[in-house]
Write a protein that binds this ligand. Structure first.
Ligand code: PA5
Length: 478
């Protein structure tokens, strides 16, 4: 089921960043960078790296500690997963944003695409559902079909109070209490939350739930390599140690003081300079179904971290490249036209898998038909990667800035590298934009209005604001 091939030499599995197509010699002087431009800005990037390492030494860069400081947690996660697997057929993750997207990205990348649908695709592991929205129809459709006796929920909320997650918890709790027994609630829920604040930790203690903690210095969108993402991974047979090993491998590379040897640093700088050059959209386009949800995860990481109103001096800057996710080859038939001929406002990052676990030959037939016969004898792996190369060439011809992250194969080790690479790159970009990449005041504001409108204590001013603004002019509802 999972892509658990024996790891080759780690260096063979190193992901690499190909930046050929950002330069003027490929995409022309107006759109591309010169090497001198990057050289000239290199000190800025190195300063960003120094600041990150300084912040790390002050205990502020929790995501950088994760590959190394979780031995006990890993042991606990694996034991818990092993124990609960005997008892439950379904694991439901209740969480949203940073508390959900990493779970989905790992699952899609490592496990069988039809993991939930077929027993043989699961190899004895429980099904995984990630319920990351509060659409009543979606929730009902899922909960109605799961046998409560055989279902365990991992409630993930760092703040322990997010309305979407806690509402789903209240519903799931009611179902378990009614159908399995009030005294069994604690057995059917795991709480993954902050160790010392929020309501979830209090509830977990009251109900006797198993608890996992999200370190204080790791924000939601940087938390995939904490129990937030690792518990569902361990539950579904993913090798979580290899994930962390991959992250540790990329951590070493990302600390490199030689700019040209540090791809995450280079890429943070490229994106910053691209933004300044008017390329305010950052497209991530994996040519791989397995990596499609890495692009979704990255979209949140990039948007919430870099979309900021004020800089560190409190000046209004309103910065942030808009992340866009696409999927190759599928979106060649949906988005590529815009990327080729629309505004020159994008930098496109392809994720290319060099070795697919499956080559899958295209059978030969109709060889007398020129427009069809040429396909036979090639493989699907060849086709998808040729399509990527063809799109890349077409973009170059149209002077569109693009680059490629080359992934030798998709497995836990390379996935861990990818997570860490993009996290470090985000921290670098935050430094260069001189903003706080680790807060999310905009998200909090939306949450606070919801609390106010629903009548939560302490948020009455938000309710008043809402009521004032809610006086819509009916004539304008057309
Ligand atoms: O990245 C973030 O900080 C957010 O997307 C949060 O993960 C999301 O809002 C959920 O928050 P919480 O984990 O507190 O429920």
């Amino acid at each position: 089921m999972s892509a658990k091939k024996k790891l080759k030499n780690k260096d063979d599995l190193r992901i690499r960043l190909d930046i050929n197509n950002i330069f003027e010699e490929v995409i022309g002087g107006e759109e591309g960078f010169t090497r001198q431009e990057l050289e000239a800005a290199k000190d800025k990037a190195l300063k960003a790296r120094d600041n990150i390492l300084k912040a790390e030494a002050e205990g502020k860069m929790g995501f950088m500690e994760l590959p190394y400081k979780q031995k006990e947690v890993i042991k606990d996660l694996k034991e818990t997963a092993e124990k609960l697997k005997e008892k439950f057929d379904n694991l439901v993750v209740l969480g949203i944003g940073g508390s959900a997207l990493g779970n989905i990205a790992v699952q899609t990348a490592i496990n069988d695409p039809y993991y939930n649908s077929f027993e043989e695709a699961r190899n004895g592991y429980p099904r995984l559902f990630v319920s990351d929205n509060v659409d009543p129809e979606g929730i009902r459709a899922m909960l109605d079909k799961l046998d409560p006796e055989k279902t365990v929920f991992n409630v993930i909320s760092k703040s322990g109070s997010t309305a979407e997650t806690m509402s789903q918890f209240l519903l799931a709790r009611k179902i378990i209490a009614e159908e399995v027994g009030e005294d069994k609630v604690g057995e059917h829920f795991i709480a993954t939350t902050s160790s010392d604040s929020g309501y979830l930790i209090e509830i977990a203690e009251r109900e006797g739930m198993k608890k996992f903690y999200i370190p204080d210095n790791v924000g939601g969108r940087f938390s995939v390599l904490t129990p937030v993402g690792l518990l569902s991974a361990a539950f579904t047979g993913v090798d979580i140690e290899a994930l962390l090993d991959g992250a540790a491998y990329m951590d070493k590379i990302s600390r490199e003081a030689d700019f040209w040897e540090n791809p995450a640093l280079i890429n943070g700088l490229i994106h910053y300079l691209a933004f300044k050059k008017g390329k305010v959209m950052s497209v991530m386009m994996p040519y791989s179904d397995r990596l499609r949800d890495v692009a979704d995860w990255y979209r949140q990481l990039w948007a919430e971290s870099l979309g900021k109103e004020v800089n560190r001096q409190g000046e209004k800057v309103n910065v942030g490249p808009t992340p866009i996710k696409a999927l190759g080859a599928t979106d060649q038939h949906s988005q590529a036209q815009l990327y080729m001929e629309g505004p020159y406002d994008k930098i496109i990052t392809f994720l290319e898998v060099e070795n697919f676990a499956e080559e899958l030959e295209i059978p030969s037939a109709y060889e007398d038909l020129d427009g069809l016969g040429y396909l036979g004898g090639h493989s699907f792996a060849e086709l998808i990667n040729t399509e990527k190369k063809a799109t890349e060439l077409a973009l170059n011809k149209r002077k569109r800035m693009n680059q490629t992250v080359k992934v030798p194969e998709v497995n836990e080790f390379t996935l861990g590298q990818l997570f860490y690479f993009f996290e470090f790159q985000t921290a670098v970009a935050g430094e260069l934009f001189d903003i706080n990449a680790f807060n999310q005041p905009g998200v909090e504001l939306g949450k606070n209005y919801t609390y106010g409108i629903f009548g939560r204590d302490g948020y009455h001013d938000k309710k008043e604001e809402f009521e004032k603004s809610a006086k819509h002019d009916d004539d304008l509802i057309l």
